[in-house]
Design a protein around this ligand. Structure first.
Ligand code: SF4
Length: 408
């Protein structure tokens, strides 16, 4: 086991020092967090004394880049309040105007047929299942028309890893929408693009070029989960590898498409896995600058195969700390979004003081997280109130984080 310079080991409860390696919660005080069960590669924990944590946070407030080891130390330190304050300091530096934005859009799941077998998903159906579907174009058009009528500016269209849909299906779908509607098309996460390119026997670059030509505006950062093998293989055995996910984003950025980046926590990953995920994103952002935002969310387990292997869901404090450390560590990301869908509006409001500058979208429809227990809903007025009450100016934005309207 890796050890720090003194006070805590990885796997120690950040509050009482009880060693909780291989556990999800501390048996002494019930505190929930991720225990250590895999080896860390290339990272060693630096000292987590009060002084060293203070030094790390001072660096953050001075806009100095944090190392991966320092990020790990923060996540293990239990210094929740100070980490939140430092993240807020970074957020103020990046967004001194005091505005917080939101989006009105709709998730459209064009198919639920999937071969990825994610253990956190209740939404998908195996090929040949009687409940499997591919939405008719007309149904998609009607959803888009409704979105536009409700003031929406974009659609986030994603689906399962369908084993038969090739590039011509996606080109036809994009073309048919583009010809009819003035709406931002934020579509097809990297795992979908890997599958459609493979099925079509074309390179990732050709697939992305053709999708862009057919009307694709940007790519969602879905399907990232945790960009660390073998954790990824455990929770999404049929999904693309971490390197493939990153390669899709690299090529997309090179081809002029902006993308978001996500991270799913609470699926049994270690703290080191979380840092490794952030490190992968920061490296690629240094190379391309094509990520417009980072969006961490906590997995929803209700009724999923994963539920039996996880004792409890990620708590709000753990989520907020991860979000705050992400804000500090991802110094080359301008926008950090809180996931109100999985944390609720009250936690989302606090997150605005812990580094987030964006509360996500109203999402007129969502399927994967909702079918696994995410039960929060929000109207435009709800988001405006949450933002205003936290002391910020609410502004509506588009999918690429361009604000265009101050809501009344
Ligand atoms: S989360 Fe997406 S990729 Fe994974 S099984 Fe569900 S539909 Fe398939």
């Amino acid at each position: 086991m890796f050890r720090d310079s003194g006070e805590k080991r990885i796997g120690d409860c950040p509050v009482c020092n009880h060693n909780t390696a291989h556990r999800i919660s501390c048996p002494t005080n019930g505190m929930q967090f991720v225990g250590q069960d895999t080896k860390m590669t290339g990272m060693e924990v630096v000292g987590t004394s009060q002084r060293s944590i203070a030094r790390i946070l001072e660096k953050a407030c001075s806009q100095e880049r944090m190392t991966s080891e320092e990020a790990l130390s923060l996540l293990l330190s239990g210094e929740f309040h100070r980490i939140g304050q430092a993240a807020d300091c970074v957020r103020v530096h990046k967004h001194p105007e005091g505005k917080v934005s939101f989006l009105i859009d709709r998730n459209i799941s064009y198919t639920n047929v999937c071969v990825a077998r994610c253990t956190f998903c209740n939404f998908y159906r195996k090929p040949g299942h009687e409940e499997g579907y591919i939405l008719p174009h007309q149904t998609i058009f009607e959803k888009i028309e409704e979105t536009l009528q409700l003031g929406g500016t974009g659609v986030l269209m994603q689906g399962g890893m369908h084993p038969e849909l090739k590039i011509d299906y996606f080109e036809d779908l994009l073309n048919s929408i583009r010809q009819r509607y003035p709406i931002h098309l934020h579509c097809f996460s990297p795992p979908e693009i890997v599958v459609l390119a493979r099925l079509s026997k074309i390179s990732l670059r050709e697939a992305i070029r053709r999708l862009k030509k057919a009307g694709l505006d940007s790519i969602p950062g879905g399907g990232a989960e945790i960009l660390v093998e073998p954790m990824r293989r455990r929770i999404s055995p049929g999904k693309c590898t971490a390197q493939e996910w990153l390669e899709v984003m690299r090529v997309a950025h090179q081809e002029g498409l902006l993308t978001t980046a996500t991270m799913m926590i609470g699926g049994g990953e270690t703290v080191q896995d979380r840092v490794e995920h952030l490190r992968n994103l920061r490296r690629l952002q240094d190379e391309t600058g094509g990520f417009v935002a980072f969006i961490p969310w906590n997995v929803q387990l209700e009724g999923t195969p994963m539920q039996a292997s996880i004792e409890s869901q990620v708590g709000s404090l753990e989520y907020l700390t991860l979000l705050a450390v992400s804000r500090i560590y991802l110094d080359n990301f301008k926008n950090v979004q809180v996931s109100w869908l999985t944390q609720g509006l009250k936690v989302a409001q606090i997150a605005l003081l812990w580094g987030a500058n964006y509360v996500g979208s109203i999402m007129l429809e969502e399927n994967v997280m909702s079918t696994a227990g995410a039960c929060y809903t929000a109207s435009r007025q709800d988001l405006v109130q949450v933002i205003s009450a936290a002391g910020f100016v609410p502004v509506q934005r588009d999918t690429l984080y361009r604000t265009f309207q101050k809501p009344s």
